[in-house]
Design a protein around this ligand. Structure first.
Ligand code: DLZ
Ligand code: SF4
Length: 511
């Protein structure tokens, strides 16, 4: 009988992980390792590090309670080499297994390292497929083959057909349409009171991790406390149940709305749990669909939510693996400016950015439209170097791992892939933010002013973006309308707007 060493990474905390298939609890050893490389390859938000390490420790305790031998290496173990490769090599020497079993990682960088482990340890390494996703990497590649651009909507329909989720008994989409997004863009009604969302008080194990993070990463971005994330499967399931019963019915209508002082609104707040494995995409889609079938949530909310998981999440993961490593290196709009310092916690007079970055600092969270249309939109309009923007998103959000963060930032928010993913850049002036939020009312800038010292910077940055990228974007049919407007502008107006934008951006770099 052979003995296997089974490694579980910090975002693989699922009992049904393929690396644990066929586990022999009498002989095998499960390895979890807190390693400095993973904590520092980008400067993660303090809460993100605490969340992952605490969830790892709780997962290890649950395996031990099942009678499984767990070798757990802590970050402050004096022998800790600081890397997955070093810890697998050390554990192989300790346990003398016949082979090593792992599930393919979420990041390209880690897969490259894993491919060297057989040489490093002299043992066979079984890298298994991550079966927690609906679509394997091969499945996505089959769909993507022969396509020049990849539109999520078509992939999503195939996934609906394949899984039967939200289909009628005749195999048609429930309600007659595949997508109800047009119903999901309502601003919040006047007098709206945000719902109280469930948070989870740290237990003793989490408190120990919070102390460790405070000691090791005092200068990282973000507030460490109050810490309210679930770190066990049981609590993650409670978070899902709270979302289903309290927020899902209104999630659809208001999913694009933003409100001062209300980071969570009716959002799921489960992406961190899903992305580290405490919840699985199948159980989430089944639970959300059941709310519709039992008449407790409307179709626009249920379809919109399921599309994020069954469509969008699977699609970005497929695209990541299909196009890496080259995907990360394109810079289609030649964006070269450095990331303004206020992203890392400094002050800005732009209230929308101050608010969204402030929420991010407080909670390691901000909802998708804030990521796309406030921090993302600004970085796009300002022409910020994609690598610096990507590092920020990967670092500051509790749910961010490269496979999900990179396509969302590089392709969707920044159009740095030249349109492989999105059919047009998500560029918008201040009017969009004003329509969907209450941020502009208390801003130092005036959203209705197009230029001048009091004008909302998004307004002139928007036109300057179109002018700067005219060659790359003018031929895009979805950009025809703004370019028709721009064509009517006299040359001196174009130059004045471009200059105003440059001056504003130069002033950020200097501050
Ligand atoms: C993000 C992260 C952090 C901060 N720390 C660890 C760790 O100490 N040990 C670990 O196994 N995983 C950690 N992770 C998650 C990994 O970065 C993630 O598993 C890889 O990037 C692959 O997606
Ligand atoms: Fe943001 Fe402009 Fe509105 Fe101020 S006025 S909150 S900068 S969109």
């Amino acid at each position: 009988m052979s003995v296997s060493l089974r490694l579980v990474l910090g975002d693989q905390l699922s009992r049904d992980l393929s690396a644990l298939d066929g586990l022999d609890s009498a002989r095998d050893v499960v390895l979890l390792a807190e390693v400095a490389d993973e904590a520092t390859y980008v400067p993660h938000h303090k809460q993100k590090i605490a969340f992952i390490l605490s969830a790892m420790r709780h997962f290890a305790a649950e395996l031990r309670a099942e009678g499984i031998a767990v070798d757990y290496v802590t970050l402050d173990d004096p022998q800790n080499t600081g890397s997955f490769t070093g810890e697998v090599t050390r554990a192989a020497a300790r346990h003398k297994p016949d082979h090593i079993v792992v599930t393919e990682p979420g990041e390209w960088r880690v897969l490259q390292a894993m491919r060297g482990w057989a040489d490093e340890t002299g043992l066979p390494v079984d890298i298994r497929e991550d079966t927690r996703f609906f679509a394997s990497r091969r499945r996505f590649a089959r769909w993507a083959e022969d396509r020049r651009t990849y539109r999520m909507e078509f992939f999503y329909r195939e996934m609906r057909r394949e899984t039967g989720i939200l289909l009628t008994s005749d195999g048609e989409p429930e309600g007659g349409h595949w997508n109800y997004d047009a119903e999901n863009r309502k601003p919040l009604p006047k007098g709206f009171t945000p719902p109280q969302r469930q948070r989870f008080a740290p237990d003793a194990m989490t408190q120990e991790v919070l102390d460790l993070v405070a000691r090791h990463f005092p200068d990282n971005f973000g507030d460490l406390e109050p810490f309210g994330w679930a770190v066990t499967r049981a609590d993650a399931l409670a978070a899902l149940a709270e979302f289903l019963s309290h927020s899902l019915p209104r999630f659809g209508d208001y999913q694009d709305a933003m409100k001062q002082g209300a980071p969570f609104l009716h959002h799921g707040l489960i992406a961190p749990y899903l992305n580290i494995g405490l919840l699985g995409p199948r159980e989430i889609c089944a639970a959300v669909e059941a709310e519709y079938r039992e008449g407790r949530a409307p179709l626009n909310a249920v379809e919109g939510f399921i599309r994020q998981i069954l469509g969008w999440r699977e699609y970005v993961r497929g695209l990541y693996w299909h196009r890496m490593p080259a995907y990360a290196d394109s810079n289609a709009l030649d964006a070269q400016r450095p990331l303004p310092w206020f992203y890392w916690g400094g002050e800005t007079r732009m209230n929308c950015l101050q608010e969204v970055i402030g929420q991010t600092r407080q909670h390691a969270y901000s909802h998708h439209i804030q990521r796309l249309m406030v921090t993302g939109n600004f970085a796009l309009l300002a022409g910020i170097d994609p690598k610096q923007v990507e590092e920020w998103y990967l670092a500051v959000y509790a749910d961010a791992f490269e496979w999900v963060e990179l396509p969302n930032t590089h392709g969707m928010a920044l159009f740095a892939d030249g349109g492989i993913m999105a059919s047009k850049p998500y560029a918008a002036s201040g009017a969009y933010i004003d329509r969907m939020s209450d941020f502009c009312g208390t801003c130092a800038y005036k959203v209705k002013e197009k230029s001048g010292p009091d004008a909302c910077p998004f307004n002139y940055l928007y036109w300057a973006f179109l002018i700067r990228n005219e060659k790359a974007l003018k031929g895009n049919p979805r950009m025809a309308m703004p370019y028709r407007t721009l064509a009517k502008w006299p040359e001196d107006r174009r130059q004045a707007i471009a200059r105003e934008a440059e001056n504003f951006l130069d002033s950020l770099a200097a501050s």
